[in-house]
Design a binder for this molecule. Structure first.
Ligand SMILES: Cc1cc2nc3c(=O)[nH]c(=O)nc-3n(C[C@H](O)[C@H](O)[C@H](O)COP(=O)(O)OP(=O)(O)OC[C@H]3O[C@@H](n4cnc5c(N)ncnc54)[C@H](O)[C@@H]3O)c2cc1C
Length: 311
């Protein structure tokens, strides 16, 4: 029986892994892809305290190394289900290759990009439609790109895409951006960036690659053709909770509800990072949640499994 199984190897999982391994818990992390999570697809991080500017992949590589140096074991497995155990039997976790028993589980499986849901989107993924500027921006040298969204990610990634594209058009459903003021100012002043307000994409066209989008103005309902070579979508995220049992409380968006100590409503199941219901989804908050969770988990394991009065 493990003391702790961590699901997900983004900043939350890696921080939790580092704290848990350093505290000598019998811990394993299960990550379905490469460790790093969304930070590995972030070009530049400028707001991680103490490091004024670093590439996302470099930052998470350092986090992974630090956790491994303390003895964290990371396995490349996708978690498919969690079965809630009774009494001191522990919880069961099934991955695509193994089954585990553990006293505690930390759910740190983050979130994945939300799609627009318009016609032609799915068929053009990898053929001009992308959700990751760092991964795909370089394919659009001297091209015209449409960026969908008005929040921090859309504007930051739109700015990043100007390194490659000859023109970036930000399409937003409202008449003003939601992004931080400082980034907004950079985008508005940028000579390669223009905006289409109050509008949504209704269709993405081109065979085999994107060459046209249909844009609907939400005020006039007019639909117009707009020639572009690519569409980058940044309209939010969907929490990765498919495998999480229904009895774990979630909010209306599907994010897991925890208390301030990262406990869910199920004893022995904890959550941290972007997967939890909260306002600020950032690297530092993910790391902070994870550090808090490990302290809570240590107390829980001692109290629930070792306290003689309880047993
Ligand atoms: C484009 C972009 C730019 C950003 N820029 C910044 C920035 O500049 N500064 C900042 O502070 N934040 C930034 N963020 C936000 C930041 O990346 C997130 O807040 C942070 O990554 C959250 O960490 P996490 O560990 O909770 O989740 P994630 O990073 O989402 O990691 C979750 C991990 O869980 C794994 N996983 C999911 N399901 C399973 C499963 N069933 N089994 C096993 N593994 C699973 C995933 O593969 C993933 O590796 C940015 C995000 C994006 C997308």
């Amino acid at each position: 029986m493990y003391d702790l199984i961590i699901i997900g190897g983004g900043p939350a999982g890696l921080t939790a892994g580092m704290y848990a391994a350093r505290s000598k818990l019998n811990v394993v992390m299960l990550e379905k892809m490469m460790p790093g999570g969304n930070v590995s697809i972030t070009a530049e991080v400028e707001n991680y305290p103490g490091i004024p500017n670093i590439g996302g992949p470099d930052l998470v590589m350092q986090m992974e190394k630090q956790a491994r140096d303390f003895g964290l074991e990371i396995r490349s497995e996708e978690v498919l289900s969690i079965e809630v155990g009774a009494g001191t039997n522990g919880h069961s976790i099934k991955s695509d290759t193994n089954e585990y028993k553990t006293k505690s589980v930390l759910i740190a499986s983050g979130s994945s990009p939300r799609r627009i849901g318009c016609q032609g989107e799915d068929e053009h993924i990898g053929r001009g439609v992308s959700y990751c500027a760092t991964c795909d921006g370089a394919f659009f040298r001297e091209k015209h790109i449409a960026v969908v969204g008005g929040g921090d990610s859309a504007v930051e990634e739109g700015l990043y895409l100007t390194k490659f594209a000859k023109r970036v058009t930000i399409i937003h459903r409202r008449d003003r951006l939601r992004a931080d003021k400082i980034i907004q100012e950079k985008a508005i002043k940028h000579p390669k960036i223009d905006f289409i307000w109050d509008s949504v994409i209704e269709g993405i066209e081109g065979t085999p690659v994107v060459n046209n989008i249909k844009i609907k103005n939400l005020k006039s309902s007019e639909v117009t053709d707009f020639k572009v070579d690519g569409v980058f979508v940044f309209v939010g995220y969907i929490p990765g909770t498919d495998y999480v049992p229904g009895i774990v409380n979630k909010d209306e968006g599907g994010y897991i509800i925890t208390d301030l100590e990262m406990r869910t409503n199920i004893p022995g199941i904890f959550a941290a990072g972007d997967i939890i219901a909260k306002k600020q989804r950032q690297i530092v908050t993910a790391c902070g949640d994870a550090a808090t969770a490990i302290k809570t988990i240590e107390h829980y394991n001692e109290w629930y499994y070792e306290d003689e009065q309880y047993l």
